[in-house]
Design a binder for this molecule. Structure first.
Ligand code: NAD
Length: 368
């Protein structure tokens, strides 16, 4: 049996509380003989700054580069509001993304039937929703140069951001989307603004060519990003995989996710390029932050982090069946009417972080 090395970086605030539930799931997977996962735990964010004077140490980066996958809880909190900008907790996360060259951000928007009434959209629109948004993470307008604010000297200032994409950046993110679609419902929507942006014209051209050359078996639709935003609230179930640039992906993934309910439910994955053996560097983390308002109270919802672990099993360890079992256990616990405070509903029982972990483990045992 292959041994997988998983680096756990719980981070700050509720990070350690939700990561503790993942550690119990790792133990369950190992004990059930489904895989051999060796974990190591290290510091990132404010807690790393307190110990090392920086948000992620070189030693921790070394462990991250050597691991088969990294799981992160959350970073940040008011305690570190005054630390120098380049040492702030978020800098640890940005360095991880940069040094691991994580260019593809995968944000699923899945609506568990038991939570469909909690969505701001009508139940029939979101019940059974399962979308994957693939966002380009390391290029585009967030990083393009020049990026300046200039004083024009006449009482006016001029701000410039630069949207820039090279062919290879579009090719590799589109390839991730097509590969994912093959394991799902075989449909990719490529979203850009080719009607008004040159990067959109190139995006459309490169995706079309790549599709023709290597992924003709996958159904491809091109959609303007503004129409995509509208369709996501009008009829979200028409989508399977949506691939888009950094800026549109930032907006569209939050929009799609909110159709499914609370921040405490949302997992994510970020992937880098594949090495010669086909292994991709990857980081898995919940979408939410460190939630300082509830940290230490034992009430945080661990499902986003547990679902991120399920993504790790599926995409980094090729253990899709085990991932299915964990996602199935989450759905069953919700069906049984168990809720953490953030997804509280009338007629359901409100439980804490540890009890939610207990319930998911019990559901796994019951289904074994
Ligand atoms: P947040 O996601 O931490 O919290 C927003 C709200 O959602 C809070 O009311 C919080 O209690 C609630 N919430 C979040 N996760 C929850 C969970 N699992 N269970 C129950 N409720 C949950 O966002 P914020 O308040 O804007 O930021 C707090 C800190 O987290 C800041 O320092 C911010 O910079 C940092 N942050 C980190 C990340 C990250 O590590 N990836 C992401 C976003 C924010």
């Amino acid at each position: 049996m292959t041994t997988f090395k998983l680096l756990l970086l719980p981070g700050d605030g509720i990070g350690p509380e939700v990561m503790a539930e993942v550690e119990r799931l790792v133990a369950w997977v190992n004990a059930a003989g489904l895989a051999r996962i060796e974990t190591e735990t290290d510091l990132v964010g404010g807690c790393a700054y307190d110990v090392h004077g920086e948000a992620v140490s070189d030693t921790t980066m070394g462990c991250a580069l050597a691991a088969d996958a990294v799981m992160l809880g959350a970073v940040g909190g008011p305690k570190w509001d005054g630390v120098p900008y380049e040492k702030r907790p978020e800098a640890g996360l940005l360095r991880l993304r940069k040094d691991l060259e994580l260019f593809a951000n995968l944000r699923p928007a899945i609506c568990y039937p038991a939570l469909a009434d909690a969505s701001s959209l009508k139940r029939e629109l979101v019940d059974g929703l399962d979308i994957m948004i693939v966002r380009e993470l390391t290029g585009g307008v967030y990083f393009g140069e020049p990026k300046t604010i200039t004083d024009l000297g006449n009482g006016q200032k001029r701000a410039i951001d630069t949207q820039v994409y090279d062919t290879y950046e579009i090719e590799r993110i589109a390839a991730v989307a097509f590969e994912l679609a093959r394991k799902r419902r075989n449909l990719v929507h490529s979203a850009e603004k080719r009607n008004v942006m040159k990067t959109g014209v190139l995006w459309h051209e490169v995706v079309t060519r790549l599709h023709k050359e290597r992924y003709a078996d996958v159904k491809l639709e091109h959609i303007l990003a503004d129409n995509c935003a509208m369709q996501l609230v009008r009829a979200p179930k028409q989508f399977d995989v949506i691939v888009t640039d950094n800026l549109f992906g930032d907006v569209l993934s939050d929009e799609a996710a909110m159709a499914t309910g609370s921040l405490g439910m949302l997992p994510s994955a970020s992937q880098g390029g594949a090495d010669a053996s086909g292994r991709r560097r990857a980081l898995y983390e919940p979408v939410h932050g460190s939630a300082p308002d509830i940290a230490g109270k034992g009430v945080a919802n661990p499902i986003a982090t547990i679902a991120s672990f399920a993504m790790c099993l599926r995409y980094s360890f090729d253990l899709g069946e085990t991932a299915d079992r964990i996602e199935g256990a989450i759905a069953r616990v919700l069906d049984e009417g168990l809720r953490t405070a953030d997804i509280r509903q009338d007629g359901c029982r409100t439980i804490g972080t540890r009890e939610m972990g207990d319930a998911i483990l019990a559901a796994l045992d019951a289904a074994a």
